[in-house]
Design a protein. Structure first.
Length: 256
């Protein structure tokens, strides 16, 4: 689990052991692999800040390191989106092209369609692009409203691939998302690094992660799991478009 979270790679055993993640609609936490790239670049930038390098030198090191990170992580299609967007963002900052977040997302999607069009059929890739776009269009909304939006975007994709949804999904997401970013993922990084220096330090980390996973698995057994069956692709696309239209209309009302 530790290496899967850090490298943004989920093998079959991951889904076999973390049934609660799938049933409670938390797969998007592992699909928005930008979190992994964000933490990696944040740590790298802290280190580069101590070195007397020009902005071009720092940007060059960032690009090389993020390429190495992508290769080290197995070059998964789900991670491709986050890495390419990070590369475009670094280049945008360096060259001062002034691309917006939506421009970067769109350019990344075009590159993905050109290089790996077959990857768009994977659930993880669909969640990654859909939810990253959701984060862009919902910028400025409150945390609760943004979490509800992410669940609405997740729902049609999960139904298309998994056929089921849990009534506790939204409530669990509201609680788990801040814990994952501020507690679980830093704990994973600490466990991986500390495990190389002092293997005994891995034991409490593993215990904490196992307790977290067991808690999710237990919650997923509570009443509320509804099996819908597989919807048609037209319905899935319509649900996604309606969700985005709802968010954009809400933002227009707020801005007015």
């Amino acid at each position: 689990m530790r290496w899967g979270l850090l490298a943004a790679v989920a093998k079959q055993i991951f889904f076999d052991e973390m049934t609660g993640v799938k049933k409670l609609g938390l797969l998007h936490v592992f699909s928005i692999s930008g979190m992994h790239v964000y933490y990696f670049l944040a740590i790298l930038n802290q280190f580069l800040a101590w070195l007397p390098l020009s902005k071009y030198g720092k940007a060059g090191i960032e690009l090389v390191c993020i390429a190495a990170y992508f290769i080290f992580s197995g070059g998964s299609p789900g991670l491709f989106r986050a890495v390419v967007m990070a590369v475009i963002a670094i280049s945008n900052r360096l060259l001062q092209i002034r691309l917006s977040r939506l421009d970067i997302w769109s350019l990344c999607l075009m590159i993905n369609l050109f290089l790996m069009p077959e990857a768009m059929f994977l659930m993880g890739v669909q969640l990654s692009y859909g939810l990253s776009l959701g984060l862009i269009v919902s910028d400025g909304l409150s945390y609760v409203k943004q979490t509800v939006l992410l669940n609405l975007l997740t729902l049609p994709i999960l139904l298309y691939h998994v056929y089921e949804w849990h009534l506790l999904s939204v409530a669990v997401n509201i609680i788990v998302l801040p814990l994952f970013g501020k507690v679980i993922f830093p704990l994973v990084i600490f466990g991986v690094i500390a495990g190389k220096v002092l293997p005994m330090m891995v034991l409490p980390v593993e215990f904490g992660l196992k307790a977290f996973n067991d808690g999710l698995n237990w919650i997923s057994t509570l009443p509320g799991l509804i099996t819908f069956g597989k919807p048609s692709l037209v319905i899935v696309i319509a649900m996604l478009l309606l969700t985005f239209c709802l968010v954009l209309k809400k933002k227009l009302i707020i801005n007015d």
